[in-house]
Design a protein around this ligand. Sequence first.
Ligand SMILES: Cc1cc2nc3c(=O)[nH]c(=O)nc-3n(C[C@H](O)[C@H](O)[C@H](O)COP(=O)(O)OP(=O)(O)OC[C@H]3O[C@@H](n4cnc5c(N)ncnc54)[C@H](O)[C@@H]3O)c2cc1C
Length: 478
Amino acid sequence: METLIAALRSLLPHDSVITDPVRLRTYECDGLTYHRATPGVVVLPGTAEQVARVVRLCNEFGVPFVARGSGTGLSGGALPREDGVLIVTSKMRAILEIDLGNRRAVVEPGVTNLAITEAVRDRGHYYAPDPSSQQICSIGGNVAENSGGAHCLKYGFTVNHVEACEIVTPDGDLVTLDRMDPGYDLLGAFVGSEGTLGIATKITVRLCRAPESVTTVLAAFESIEQGGEAVSAIIGAGIVPAAIEMMDALAIEAAEAAVACAYPEGAGAVLIVELDGPAAEVERQFAQLREICSDAFELRVAADPAERAAIWKGRKSAFAAVGRISPAYIVQDGVVPRTSLPGVLAAIDRLSAEHRIKVANVFHAGDGNLHPLVLFDDAEPGAGERAEVVSGAILDLCIEHGGSITGEHGVGVDKSRYMPRMFSEDDLDTMQLVRCAFDPRGLANPGKVFPTPRLCGEVPGVRKGVHPLVESGKAEQF
Ligand SMILES: Cc1cc2nc3c(=O)[nH]c(=O)nc-3n(C[C@H](O)[C@H](O)[C@H](O)COP(=O)(O)OP(=O)(O)OC[C@H]3O[C@@H](n4cnc5c(N)ncnc54)[C@H](O)[C@@H]3O)c2cc1C
């Protein structure tokens, strides 16, 4: 490691190589703080060429590397390696080009999600995927996680808004993956690959025209079941709102304590529904929505952008807000078919009672993406373990109902152990073949996504067993 550090210092400016133990601790975890490791060394390259040179050095020394954007990930994806290099993109924050004619922007990976919208807002455009962390999370991290957000129900996830990526491959080449390239959709494979297929150094994103009209509605229901029924009825009526978000009573209590969002008192659940598009269409959909939400005891319609922001404030702050009502919590992320929402929520309630662990529910209700916040007191012996049990059981529920172990936060280090519950051995082996095609030495973010050391992705140079596709001659092992 010492020789590698000396080589890194000769490549990068002095302040871009961090070895001071106290400063290294800044990078020991992402937003999932119970997985921690002090990185061997942290580098902050300022250009794509510098990233490529660092990766080439890692290859020369056979040392693993992990990319990090803003470190807001919630699955331990940017958890560093004690024996490796953490490559942080926070100095790469330039918006390189805005091309409204073609509705695109070209940005460096450390640019924050919201900065893209801020750069084009006054010209009537915006970048659609909007994770609640959008003020700080990086677009490179969004690409790696295929991040979602409240408005992804109508507009699609990050993968639908990335047109090209310049990447540093795991062996240090700079290449561009473009949506328009014929052949395999390698850009599609890269988006959501959680830093295991290389490092994005330049990203071309799609920009959307701001809609003519936006109506934001807060509907307060006595019970979460009523809220869930309204969600199904809205989608069943053929309305695709820009967003439908739901929060239960405990999540509302937390948001109230944190940001005084003044949601209606006594609500068992609130729905935030945002309609956007041509004014006539929004007006028609709003009339339908009002009828569908006739069970709501209060329907609040934002009269202006300030009221709209006030409605969103509670929802956007919900994760951090639970810190006001619980000393510790796990943010879970699972998906169920929309129609299973009431049954799964009832089962979560039962788990909560059985294990004496409170669960606050916040979710992107329109696409069935649950974010149960599993609350516990880390000073109470055994509480953390019980919270872990509840958290894992929620994922089991999602799988049983035909859903997924993650909707948008990724697998990372946290959920790799759940992958075999969702995928067969053959599925996982096939994913590893893709990984090996990009990263045969397994140096790019090892230990993430996949459950155990398997194939060459996790054990450099060694492959366990022969994959059936290789054996049958249908695929080639590199
Ligand atoms: C309060 C809060 C709210 C959140 N809300 C949402 C939400 O609504 N929707 C949602 O989807 N997520 C949400 N998240 C999770 C998180 O913000 C996203 O996953 C985000 O995309 C991570 O970006 P980052 O820059 O912080 O990435 P990091 O945490 O630094 O890294 C995440 C992963 O990306 C990889 N990576 C980072 N940069 C690159 C790069 N340039 N090239 C290749 N790989 C890279 C890392 O290796 C790691 O695997 C939330 C998090 C918090 C703390």
